[in-house]
Write a protein that binds this ligand. Structure first.
Ligand code: SAM
Length: 226
């Protein structure tokens, strides 16, 4: 892979089928936000595919481990109610759990026994990655994305520091649960390549339009500064 042939691929399909076409040890960093297994439906009735059954957990994380380069990282958001299932899948795949990131929110996403007011993600290693010279805090800053394109749209400001910290310059970032393309946009803004995979035609279409827009805007800025 070279800079003159960068990979900017958003693919419509089932991530297990698409990943089966990728070579071993191929991507530099995985940043993903899988279904939380909570059957989430937002106020406008938008839902998330595979948010009920957990059948995909083990095979998907095993495939992610295979395509990730040795001595590299994955960050996965997760649903805390099913943390046991996520942990079991990550460990069975071969990942080592090396960090946990918490994002306090100013608002509660839901309320029950507590007002649920934080997002969280685990940092997982394949092999023995080098430690960054300036490690990120494990308490991140959360800005509400507005969820305009997707019911669980992640803010770019939470994603870009992770990409900068864990992906080499011009490296390749994979998000197999791309949704509205937030990871892909963040990768592009950080000067990294990306592969995003999304199964839902509607979210795929919104992500594609979003990424085409960012490409056009970067192209225009480059043209102006040339
Ligand atoms: C939690 S959302 C990701 C939202 C994304 N982080 C964003 O900012 O827009 C998970 C996404 O994974 C997709 N998905 C679920 N199962 C999938 C599969 N097997 N292959 C590809 N995408 C899948 C869903 O359609 C959903 O859009």
């Amino acid at each position: 892979m070279t800079i003159s042939n960068p990979i900017y691929d958003l693919i419509l399909g089932n991530n297990l089928e698409i990943m089966a076409t990728l070579p071993d040890n191929y991507v530099d960093f995985i940043l993903t936000d899988p279904p939380y297994l909570v059957n989430y439906i937002d106020r406008t009735q938008r839902s998330i595919a595979n948010d009920i059954n957990a059948d995909w957990l083990m095979p998907t994380f095993s495939e992610l481990y295979r395509v990730l380069k040795p001595n590299s990282m994955m960050v996965s958001f997760y649903g805390w109610t099913k943390v046991d299932l996520f942990f079991a899948a990550w460990k069975a795949a071969g990942f080592r759990v090396v960090g946990h990131i918490v994002y306090p929110k100013r608002y509660a996403s839901s309320a029950g026994f507590l007002a649920y007011q934080h997002e969280s993600a685990f940092l997982l290693a394949k092999g023995q990655p080098e430690k960054p010279s300036k490690p990120l805090s494990d308490v991140g800053i959360w800005q509400y994305s507005g969820n305009k394109l997707h019911p669980t749209q992640k803010p770019l400001s939470a994603l870009t520091p992770l990409i900068q910290s864990f992906t080499p310059e011009n490296g390749l970032v994979l998000d197999p649960f791309a949704g509205s393309g937030s990871t892909c946009e963040a990768a592009k803004l950080c000067g990294r390549q990306y592969i995003g995979i999304e199964i839902d035609q509607q979210y795929f279409g919104l992500a594609k339009a979003r990424l085409d827009g960012i490409s056009a805007s970067i192209h225009n800025k480059l043209a102006i500064s040339a």
